[in-house]
Design a protein around this ligand. Sequence first.
Ligand code: HEC
Length: 137
Amino acid sequence: MIDFLGSRRPDWLRCLPPSQPLMFHRMKPFFLIAVLLALPLPAAADETVDFAREVQPILQQHCLKCHGPEEQNGGLRYDDRQGALGAGDSGRHAIVPGQPERSELLLRIASPDKEVRMPAKGAALSADEITILTQWI
Ligand code: HEC
């Protein structure tokens, strides 16, 4: 192996055997880690949902008619934060931030039972819309 620092090795390097240029082998794991860290993060950022752009239009279009300023069916309204986070007539909270599995809203929009499913009238939300609401919560 070539000692490419040759005779110009500084004093503090002389104690090392000359046949380990840059100690590359010992450093390998560190290079590997550095390369991994440098890779772009996976598309996690895509999963954050923009309330005004994605969530609000869904609620507006499908829910506010019955859960808004005029009617508060089930004791719920989705046009303000306090109303949206509160409990409905069932005593369950429609939106439990960070806990989609405990959020009545999701149970109702995803229910296969027509009697239970929201919106109470008309077509169910699309899978995409349900995904957006789930990610948002
Ligand atoms: C056509 C009117 C109508 C629309 C539109 C509608 N709802 Fe409802 N919703 C009701 C009625 C009536 C109740 C009360 C009876 C019941 O619980 O089924 C209710 C109750 C609920 C409850 C349960 C409240 C509780 O704790 O008792 C949730 C959650 C809910 N709706 C969510 C939604 C969501 C989310 C949407 C939009 C995707 C929506 N609703 C659209 C009429 C509607």
